[in-house]
Every structure is written in structure tokens, then in C-alpha cells.
Design a protein. Structure first.
Length: 206
């Protein structure tokens, strides 16, 4: 029994199509399944080894330590290798890795690890609560009253005779001399008037 050629051709075409489809599926899934985000954390550093990523898209990676950037956002293609030094610390640090794959969120990574304290590092003691010192008073300090020196007794001023008294002492007169002199003149004038009136009366009688 012979098989028609058309049937053979049709069977060959279907087989070839199945092989191509399967190959395409494998090739397409290959790069996606090969994403390998490997990273390690020690007490001193963080090592990143991101390999087999899709080089036809833009991939991003960032690393933070206790919320602070240790590696700002970096873009990469097929792979990324980096060793980051951790800051000195006396307690565990939280290291956070974020990898954003450009060919799908299912290939992205968001992971956290702890960086231990290195041996020989002494943890710093917790600060003790200190009582706040009393606020300084705004009032100015009161100065102690220092008794002032007692005023020295001044010697009584020597009594010196005034020029007028010395003149009076020399001339034997006093300050009342002008008054007495004026009174004497008035008496003389009065006496002269009396004498003049007496003489006139006598002349009139004769």
C-alpha cells in the first residue's frame, strides 16, 4: 500500500511547524528564566552579581541601608557587578535590594538582609538620661553691700576776719558810722533852725 505524496507533505509540514513553535517557545523563555540576582551581605560590605538579564531592555538596581542610599538607582543591561562598602556600625544594619527588570515585574526583586556587627566592635552604650540643669535666673546677682568709708571729719575752717571787720578794727569805726553822722547833721540843722527862729522873735519884740 502506497501513501499518497500529498499526505506525506502535509505530515512533514505539520512536524516542521511543531518543531519551530517549540524552538521559539524555548528561545523566548530562555532569557527570562535565566535572570540571576545574586547578592551577599557581610559585616563590612554588600556584593551584587546580577547576571543573565535581558540586554534589550533597561534594568535598574538600587541598594539602601536603614533607609539611606548606599547605591543610588543604577541602570544595566545583561549583567551588573558591584561591591559596596558598608559604614562602620555597632548594631545590625538593614540592607534593602531592589532590582527592576525591564522585561517584566515577575523578574524583579525586592529583598532585605541584615548586616551583622563585626567581631571586636563594642556597641556604644545608650545615652543616659541626664537631669537638665536649672535654668539660670534672669535676675542680676545681688552684690553684697560694702560699707562705704566713713567720711573723714573735715577740720573746721579757720575764721579769718573779713576785710570790713579788719578795716573797722583799724579805724575804730563801725558800720553804723554813716547813720550816726547823718543823724548828727540833722540835729545841727534842727538846732540852727531853732536858733534862727528865736533870734527872729527877739528882733520882732524890739
Amino acid at each position: 500500500m502506497t501513501v499518497p505524496r500529498r499526505s506525506l507533505r502535509a505530515a512533514g509540514t505539520l512536524a516542521a511547524a511543531a518543531v519551530v513553535g517549540l524552538t521559539g517557545t524555548v528561545l523566548t523563555a530562555g532569557p527570562a528564566a535565566a535572570h540571576t540576582p545574586t547578592w551577599a551581605v557581610t559585616c563590612t560590605d554588600v556584593s551584587l552579581d546580577l547576571t543573565a538579564y535581558n540586554s534589550n531592555v533597561t534594568n535598574k538596581v538600587t541598594v539602601t541601608v536603614d533607609g539611606k542610599d548606599l547605591l543610588p538607582v543604577q541602570t544595566f543591561g545583561k549583567e551588573f557587578h558591584k561591591k559596596l562598602e558598608l559604614p562602620e556600625h555597632d548594631k545590625e544594619l538593614t540592607v534593602h535590594l531592589v532590582v527592576k527588570a525591564g522585561d517584566g515585574d515577575n523578574f524583579s526583586r525586592d529583598e532585605t538582609k541584615q548586616a551583622p556587627v563585626c567581631e571586636g566592635t563594642t556597641p556604644s552604650p545608650a545615652p543616659s538620661e541626664t537631669t537638665p540643669s536649672q535654668a539660670p535666673s534672669s535676675e542680676a546677682p545681688v552684690e553684697s553691700a560694702t560699707p562705704s568709708e566713713a567720711p573723714s571729719e573735715s577740720a573746721p575752717a579757720a575764721a579769718f576776719p573779713s576785710p570790713s571787720s579788719s578795716d573797722l578794727a583799724e579805724t575804730g569805726s563801725s558800720s553804723a558810722t554813716p547813720i550816726i553822722g547823718g543823724a548828727a547833721v540833722a540835729v545841727l540843722l534842727a538846732g540852727g533852725g531853732i536858733m534862727w527862729s528865736v533870734r527872729k522873735r527877739r528882733t520882732a519884740q524890739h
